[in-house]
Design a protein around this ligand. Structure first.
Ligand code: 8ID
Ligand code: ZN
Length: 325
């Protein structure tokens, strides 16, 4: 059992979501070194059981979440600006420090998610990365109530949660993913249309059809861990539209025709998790009952099997592991 440092708390993790980022970490997909050996996981929901000298304002027994941003310096210009994800000294749960795939994990007190006691710890786990990330991404998209957003990878962990946040924010959701199981889920979650990338003969036309004036969605949230949709989005986004890159496929590049980008006045940007305020807001949507994304509980001992399913794109929604099983 790790011992919390002065500015840290020890959390008895009950449940942890399994994010595709954990799989990228395991596979060494990114140009960023992990700690080694490493305990992964960064959607950990549990109970505060110990705290350091400087963390006395966190109540023992309170519910808390371990997120991707385990801690930041809180001093640099980015932290001062509430752009904590950009802190050059950020430490990352389940990547540069051990994460939530264990029963007891430490996190910096300043960055833990404060989870209200009325919410279930298994259901809230996916909010700690997927929820925060897509909520922030939706804000970064600039899409306003009544506008249409295409969610690419809508049937996955981030996508299923994104459909619910988008709906709660008054957006029309056009879901893009593969297969009938994800189609059914996306429709049930509130998408008005589903485009199947696996069998669409002309994805760009299919996305544009059934949007205002046939000119495409106002914004695109790219959540797929696969490069191709990153190249396609500029072909179907509406003039003046915004493309938000969130998925992190290995070795991928964003490529868009300069001509279309200019004459359609397209904005292409990245979005990376969220700050402490985004965390509070994303959790508030959840505790008010607005976010009901599907999840399935499995045992932590089944992690290898979960990764295999994830690699095959065979998980609709999120899998949450029970750390005691
Ligand atoms: O802060 C960030 N930017 C951040 C935070 C959290 C996660 C980024 N991520 C990244 C992850 O590292 C990963 O690269 O977002 C990506 C998605 O994470 P996830 O939602 O946890 O992955 P998933 O549950 O496996 O879902 C991915 C979905 O994409 C679909 C799959 O079918 C699956 O449902 N997909 C694929 I693969 N190719 C597609 C395509 N061409 C596609 N959907 C549409 N078009
Ligand atoms: Zn994640």
């Amino acid at each position: 059992m790790p011992v919390p440092g002065p500015d840290e708390v020890l959390i008895n993790v009950k449940f942890s979501g399994v994010c595709h980022t954990d799989l990228h970490a395991k596979n060494g997909d990114w140009p960023l070194e992990t700690k080694m050996p490493l305990i992964g996981g960064h959607e950990g929901a549990g109970i505060v059981v110990a705290r350091g000298e400087l963390a006395k304002e966190v109540e023992l027994g309170s519910h808390a979440g371990i997120k991707w941003l385990n801690g930041t310096c809180l001093q640099c210009s980015f932290c001062q600006n509430s752009d904590e994800p950009l802190c050059p000294k950020a430490i990352l749960s389940g990547y540069t420090v051990d994460g939530s795939f264990q029963q007891y994990a430490v996190a910096k007190a300043a960055h833990i998610a404060r989870i209200p006691k009325n919410v279930k710890l298994d259901a809230v786990a996916p909010i700690l990365c997927a929820g925060i990330t897509v909520y922030k991404g939706l804000k970064e998209s600039g899409a306003r109530p009544g506008e249409t957003i295409a969610i690419v990878g809508a049937g996955g962990g981030l996508g299923s949660v994104a459909i619910q946040y988008a709906k709660a924010m008054g957006l029309h959701v056009l879901a893009i993913d593969g297969g009938p199981e994800k189609q059914k889920m996306c429709k049930e979650l509130g998408a008005y249309k589903y485009v199947d990338f696996q069998n669409s003969k002309n994805l760009v036309n299919d996305v544009k059809a059934d949007t205002e004036e046939g000119l495409g969605p106002h914004a695109v949230l790219l959540l797929a861990p696969f490069e191709k949709p990153f190249q396609q989005a500029s072909e179907y986004v509406r003039p003046r539209g915004t493309i938000v890159a969130i998925g992190l496929p290995a070795g991928a590049f964003l490529k868009a025709p300069v001509f279309d980008t200019v004459v359609k006045m397209i904005t292409i940007k990245g979005s990376y998790v969220g700050n402490r305020r985004d965390t509070t807001e994303a959790l508030s949507f959840f505790s008010r009952g607005l976010i009901q994304a599907p999840y399935k509980v499995m045992g932590l001992s089944q992690l290898q099997e979960i990764f295999e399913k994830m690699e095959a794109g065979a998980i609709a929604g999120r899998i949450v592991v029970d750390t005691s099983k």
